[in-house]
Ligand binder design. Structure first.
Ligand code: G6P
Length: 634
């Protein structure tokens, strides 16, 4: 989704800005742009380049223009207000008010992540003051507002401007009259300050970014800005003020050394990142479980500002509330089955965007569990903060990014080690989340006195076997390619599962629709006759997740209901189920039966099915239309 990079330096900063955008590219965007203060040449002032193509095209534009500068801001945009078009791409300028404004040089440049909810009202007010709007974006109001409030001090103008904004924002702003200064502010969207070094006798350079990753290789000295902060970047110095305008010292806004990954992940022998990430799952699981010698609460000890000891928290809770979005939500749905059956803990799973606005009944002894690959999903963060505001202080995150807001803001954490996930459709993050959630189930079962030493040893052994088990599931790929050829001809698909595998059916349907654009729905198989059976014809493939568990016989009856209506079944059956391929019934046999860990294995053929169907249809697998990797706006 949207990304920000900004810099104030004594050297030419354009390559750093472009490289920063390249590092953020994988999150999904539909236009990009850069604005700088150019001091040399005939007409010093603000210049910008914008593109609705890739960042590489923007790079070519700035190279052709010979754009060089020490101060600049850059952006990747994922359209919310206004179509993906050059005139809506950031940075946005303000040329001031008045009929002749557009003939005057630009005065203010702004990039923005988030959504300004009162932009209509601000737009009307600014138009009444003579400002002309060139875009349909909510962002442009910020440029004009800063211009209207500017009295020679950009920091003061931004402080006054953000006081008028409602909604979520991370912004970076600069003004032509203060060419060596960039001011940033955040509320509801992430923004970090990168502290650079003084070198070659030049004063220290400073950076802004929506993610420390954008600054990898530039600086690893990062200050995480807090909600409501405004930050001032100048050559050789910076300062941060909180929401009330109070200056923040190094105690309150410490500089942290952050080993952000560079984002430069090689594809190696793979055609797509999604394919690579599916095949990385054995290693991702092995890494996630590395060092787990036994089930101990310390595995979940906190790492952020609110860090707590897990054993204390586990003793004080009697229920679990899971909050997440997308694929992460489905991993939470699997965990509900585990937590209730194995740890005996009542568990509720909620889509974060619903929970945050619902009047719910808080319970102080709840363990609030957020699940997030990125740790920056706006709705999940807001849901966490909402739960905290209701007095629920026991919070835990299962997260793939150790430096994320989610980890910093939760009392406890389990960091999955899936590695960087680039494909928009999440795969290895999901299976490693499930591994983390299974460990959490064991830890809570133990704290409830429901896990014997023998059971602990047996479950850990099964978990350690997962990477090997996954390898043999991946070997099913040729059979899945065969299925995918048939799916690529279809417009709709139905996925069925029961119990622990109902969320796996949901995840399989999500994967297929995300990347192949085939309409797919999932149902608990027992619900078939309450609606979806009406859709079953020979044109509707029905995928059935059929592990050999206590619900298998029930599932077989559901499959008969489909066959009797001429539906074509595609069944992922365990080795020891006696379901055989015949006319209208296609079976792929999983190599082993995996017991309660089975969801981690059964999801993999469904990932491969979505991937190969998309491949057969020729869609953009890693960057599906309209979707973003990291959804940092509501
Ligand atoms: C987006 C991504 C999904 C992801 C979801 C939640 O929709 O495309 O792959 O599952 O956000 O993201 P999170 O980072 O919180 O897991």
């Amino acid at each position: 989704m949207c990304g920000i990079v900004g810099a104030v330096s004594a050297r030419n900063i354009v390559p750093v800005l472009i490289q920063g955008l390249q590092r953020l590219e994988y999150r999904g965007y539909d236009s990009c742009g850069v604005a700088v203060y150019r001091s040399g040449g005939d007409a010093p002032g603000l210049y910008r380049a914008r593109s609705t193509a890739r960042v590489a095209e923007l790079q070519a534009q700035v190279a052709a223009d010979g754009l060089e500068a020490g101060t600049g801001i850059a952006h990747t945009r994922w359209a919310t207000h206004g179509a993906p078009a050059v005139h809506n791409a950031h940075p946005h300028f303000s040329h001031g008010a008045g009929a002749d404004a557009s003939s005057r040089p630009a005065r203010v440049a702004v990039v923005h992540n988030g959504i300004i909810e009162n932009h209509d009202e601000l737009r009307a007010e600014l138009q009444a003051r003579g400002y002309r709007f060139d875009s349909q974006t909510d962002t442009e109001v910020i440029a004009h507002l800063v211009d209207a409030l500017y009295d020679g001090d950009l920091f003061r103008a931004v402080q006054a401007a953000v006081a008028r904004l409602q909604g979520a924002y991370a912004i970076a702003v600069f003004h032509k009259d203060e060419p060596q200064r960039v001011v940033g502010a955040r509320a509801g969207s992430p923004l970090v300050l990168g502290v650079g070094q003084a070198r070659d006798g030049l004063p220290a350079e400073h950076f802004l970014a929506s993610d420390a990753m954008a600054l990898a290789g530039v600086t690893d000295q990062i200050v995480y800005l807090a909600e409501g902060d405004v930050v001032d970047l100048q050559l050789g110095r910076y300062w941060v003020c909180d929401r009330s305008g109070r200056p923040m010292g190094p105690e309150e806004r410490p500089v942290r050394t952050v080993q952000a990954h560079s984002g430069a992940v090689e594809l190696g022998p793979y055609r797509h990142y999604m394919q690579k990430e599916i095949f990385e799952q054995p290693r991702a699981l092995a890494d996630t479980l590395e060092g787990v010698e036994g089930v101990v609460p310390e595995l979940f000890d906190g790492q952020g500002d609110q860090a707590a000891a897990a054993w204390r928290v586990f003793k004080d809770i009697d229920r679990v509330l899971i909050l997440a979005c997308g694929t992460s939500y489905y991993s939470g749905c699997v965990a509900k089955y585990w937590l209730e059956a194995m740890a005996g803990i009542p568990t509720q799973v909620e889509v974060a965007s619903e929970y945050r606005y619902r009047r719910s009944v808080p319970h102080p002894k709840t363990l609030v569990v957020t699940i997030s690959q990125s740790g920056e999903t706006a709705d999940t963060l807001a849901a966490l903060r909402h739960a905290q505001s209701l007095g629920m202080r026991h919070t835990l995150t299962i997260c793939n990014v150790a430096t994320s807001a989610m980890v910093r803001e939760c009392a406890l954490a389990y960091i999955t080690r899936a590695g960087v996930e680039i494909g928009v459709a999440s795969t290895k993050a999901f299976t490693t989340q499930l591994a983390g959630l299974f460990l959490l189930t064991l830890a809570l079962a133990q704290s409830q006195g429901r896990l014997s030493a023998e059971e602990e040893a047996r479950h850990l052994k099964a978990m350690r076997h997962l990477p090997v088990a996954l390898q043999s599931v991946l070997a099913l790929e040729p059979q899945i390619i065969h299925w995918a050829e048939a799916f690529a001809q279809k417009d709709h698909a139905l996925f069925l599962g029961r119990g622990l595998h109902y969320p796996i059916a949901l995840e399989g349907a999500l994967k297929l629709k995300e990347i192949s654009y085939i309409h797919a729905e999932a149902y608990p198989a027992g619900e078939l006759k309450h609606g979806p059976l009406a859709l079953v014809t020979s044109a509707m493939p029905v995928v059935t997740v059929a592990p050999n568990d206590e619900l298998l016989e029930k599932l077989k009856s559901n499959m008969q209901e489909v066959r009797a209506r001429g539906g074509v079944l595609y069944v992922l059956a365990d080795a020891d189920t006696r379901i055989r391929s015949e006319e209208g019934l296609n079976v792929i046999r999983m190599p082993e039966h995996y017991g309660v860990l089975s969801p981690i294995l059964h999801v993999v053929p469904l990932q491969l099915l979505a991937y190969h169907t998309a491949l057969a249809k020729g869609t953009d697998v890693d960057k599906p239309r309209n979707l973003a990797k990291s959804v940092t706006v509501e």
